[in-house]
Design a protein around this ligand. Structure first.
Ligand SMILES: [Zn+2]
Length: 347
């Protein structure tokens, strides 16, 4: 057995793909060479939070430091640390994300400086259990400027046995001063085969596993969500169908339909819609290339075929380019209504 495989066999992490990152983190755990701060970079649903959780759980597991005579897997699930994690009451692990605005019931735009200050004071206290103190910050790109500055202080003067894990989909929006003090790990899309095998291990039938692995674009989290939440999958199909109708309509109808098809006030929902749209466009390209067996939306194959006949490969390519530009404009905070209207007018 290779050295890597021996090390890996000690850990029990439910991760799909990302072998390099998983190996690297597991080696740091085995060698006790833990960095003070990590920055996990990658698009949503790739598994950043799942890896962060497995890494955190392993750091907390009291069996990690012991000799492994019983061949106990890490995290063991049965020590005090693991039990507290399981019940969500471990006093040394903090998950931080944007808070909900009480008045509007929507997520606030930023992670605030107050939230970072709270973390700061919690991390500075001594751990009762003599364990690591860990803070995981989700959507780190939403840190307000003040919050990022406060975080920087924390990164510049780390206390012993504290670990910060920042998760982000957008490295460009993380201040360089912050990123440069973190161990940056980049998450790439996961191979089709790995996602397919994982879905099969969840007892998803072969046909559905093929469809979901195809439409997930290398994002295991998305494939798993669709496999386990049928309502979500049906909603995906509805939205895809609506987009097919929109795409097949005349320009003025497309403009009128836009507000019904997309929630123009909710940026995350717009981004989700654009993901679904890009899958429909990909299906159209696949149909043009006589690869219908690989498409994501089998249910309305006839509509897709009819639609594909109206587009040349060149116009499909330019639509995909326009859609990707729209994503960049949204990331740069250009008015969403303007971006989307521009997009649908140029189909
Ligand atoms: Zn344990």
């Amino acid at each position: 057995m290779s050295k890597d495989a021996e090390e890996n066999s000690r850990f029990n992490w439910p991760i799909v793909g990302h072998l390099n990152i998983v190996n690297y983190l597991q080696r740091s755990l085995t060698n006790n060479s833990i960095a003070h701060a990590y920055l996990f970079v990658g698009t949503p649903h790739l598994g950043k939070a799942t890896v962060a959780k497995s890494f955190t759980d392993s750091l907390i597991c009291q069996n990690l430091a012991k000799d492994n005579e019983d061949n106990e897997k890490i995290p063991c699930g049965s020590c005090n640390g693991c039990k507290q994690i399981k019940n969500g009451i471990h006093p040394d692990v903090y998950w931080l994300s944007r808070e909900v605005n009480d008045k509007t019931d929507k997520l606030k735009k930023n992670i605030s400086i107050e939230q970072i200050r709270q973390i700061q004071s919690k991390l500075s206290l001594h751990s009762f259990l003599n364990s690591y103190k860990i803070a995981i910050i989700d959507e780190a790109e939403t840190l307000s400027l003040e919050a990022a500055n406060a975080l920087l202080k924390l990164l510049e003067e780390p206390t012993a046995k504290t670990v910060l894990i920042l998760l982000t989909a957008n490295l460009a929006k993380i201040p360089k001063t912050v990123a440069s003090r973190c161990q940056v790990l980049k998450f790439l899309p996961v191979k089709y085969e790995d996602i397919f095998d994982h879905l099969r291990s969840l007892k998803v039938d072969r046909k559905k596993a093929t469809v979901l692995a195809n439409l997930s674009f290398g994002q295991p989290g998305m494939a798993i969500n669709y496999a386990t939440d049928n309502e979500l999958y049906l909603d995906f199909q509805d939205q895809a169908k609506q987009f097919v109708t929109l795409l097949g309509s005349k320009a003025n109808t497309r403009l009128k339909m836009l507000g019904e098809v997309v929630d123009l006030k909710d940026i995350n929902s717009i981004k989700d819609s654009l993901n679904i749209w890009s899958k429909v466009l990909r299906d159209l390209v696949l149909i043009k290339l006589n690869n219908e067996n690989l498409i994501s939306n089998h249910r309305f194959l006839t509509d897709l075929k009819e639609l594909a006949s109206k587009f040349s490969p060149k116009s499909l390519a330019s639509t995909i380019i326009n859609l990707n530009s729209s994503r960049r404009y949204l990331d740069a905070n250009v008015n969403p209504k303007l971006v989307l209207e521009n997009l649908v007018l140029n189909f």
